[in-house]
Design a protein around this ligand. Structure first.
Ligand code: OSB
Ligand code: MG
Length: 368
């Protein structure tokens, strides 16, 4: 196919409630959207990076630069036969996976429509419904967190993940387990600890967590392997896994027993599928992480989670939990049983609401 036109838009979306992790608090998202047009069809992608370079080094500014000056020119020149060709074409750019993913995923959306398939069907997804969990940020008071957990369980969510950091960990988990002894509970540290905290981290074993996510360095594998050897709780890696090579190395040295796959962090559907396939071969469970996405990124995550190795609930929840008004129609909803139905119509299966997007746009550039 010939990609005739690509548009970048940056939008601002205030969160319904602030979201706080060990690296800081977010109140309003800055989101870069990619729209690609080819042969009468339109595809959409979302750059999932944070506003500041705290989760990874990417920001909306770096993504705009890498897309405008490298990835977009390489996409509009010549033909693209398959969306999966783009990851090879983008390889000379080191890293910047979230910028790459946004454009690659927009082209996957187009390819699915051309073939009359849902994105899930195009990538080989088999699950018609996906199990959902929630990620709860650090709160002002432990009581606020306990109330939120209660409400999310009542809404049907199947797994509760809480953000932790030094000073908001053991005592908080103690309170949660006191009130909810049997729920599926996980904790995400977003790299807030080091191996010097080994004795402290060992205390987590008594909370029967389904996993502890990314306790150590954002790009580390080796120290995580040391830690895993000393912990009963399975480690799940998030930040450290940038593609199938990292996943293979992490599993070879037993740095983790579970992997969180994020489309943006690994660079799009092609790489995400490679990580999934490797983990499936090795019987390692995976799940889809989230990055406080708008409906567009959220929809991509839903399709990804239809692959058969996604056996654990993902951080994919209802639009309403984040947005007063999402930018897709219909918005993402979750059943009383805590599941989301994977759309079966061609492409994304959700319609970007152009009028709403135009109302919250802060910049736009057209290429091609
Ligand atoms: O580590 O999973 C993470 C949000 C921003 C940055 C990193 C993470 C998160 C989440 C939110 O946990 C998950 C969601 O989008 O619901
Ligand atoms: Mg995480």
């Amino acid at each position: 196919m010939k990609i005739e036109k690509i548009e970048l838009r940056e939008i601002r979306m205030p969160l319904v409630h602030f979201f706080e992790t060990s690296f800081g608090r977010t109140t309003t998202r800055r989101i870069v959207l990619v729209r690609a047009d080819a042969e009468g069809l339109t595809g959409w992608g979302e750059v999932t990076c944070g506003e500041a370079p705290f989760y990874s080094y990417e920001t909306p500014e770096t993504a705009w630069h890498i897309l405008r000056d490298f990835l977009i020119p390489w996409t509009v020149e010549g033909d693209v036969s398959l969306a999966s060709d783009l990851s090879r074409r983008f390889r000379p750019v080191r890293g910047h996976n979230m910028a790459k993913a946004a454009l690659e995923n927009a082209v996957w959306d187009i390819e699915a429509q051309q073939k009359g398939l849902s994105l899930a069907a195009l990538i080989g997804g088999t699950l018609e419904e996906i199990p959902c969990g929630v990620s709860l940020g650090i709160q002002e008071r432990v009581e606020d967190l306990l109330e939120k957990i209660q409400a999310e369980l009542a809404a049907g969510y199947r797994r509760i993940k809480v953000k932790i950091k030094p000073g908001w960990d053991v005592a908080v988990l103690e309170r949660i387990r006191g009130k909810f002894p049997d729920i599926v509970l996980t904790a995400d540290a977003n790299s807030a600890y080091t191996l010097a905290d080994l004795d402290h981290l060992k205390q987590f074993d008594r909370f029967n967590l389904a996993m502890i996510e990314q306790p150590l360095g954002w790009n580390d594998l080796v120290d995580h392997a040391r830690l895993q050897a000393q912990l009963a709780t399975p480690i799940c890696l998030d930040e450290s896994i940038h593609g199938a090579d990292d996943a293979r190395k992490a599993l070879d040295i037993q740095a983790c027993r579970i992997i969180n796959i994020k489309l943006g962090r690994v660079g799009g559907f092609t790489a995400a599928r490679q990580v999934h396939d490797l983990c499936r071969e090795r019987r390692v469970p995976v799940w889809s992480g989230g990055m406080l996405e708008s409906g567009i990124g959220r929809a991509h995550n839903i399709h990804l989670s239809s692959l058969p190795g996604f056996t654990l609930p993902g951080d994919i929840s209802a639009s309403r939990r984040y947005w007063a008004e999402d930018i897709i129609d219909p918005e993402v909803t979750v059943s009383a049983g805590g599941t989301i139905r994977v759309p079966a119509t061609p492409g994304l299966g959700f319609k970007p609401a152009l009028d709403r997007i135009e109302r919250i746009i802060v910049r736009k550039e057209t290429f091609g």
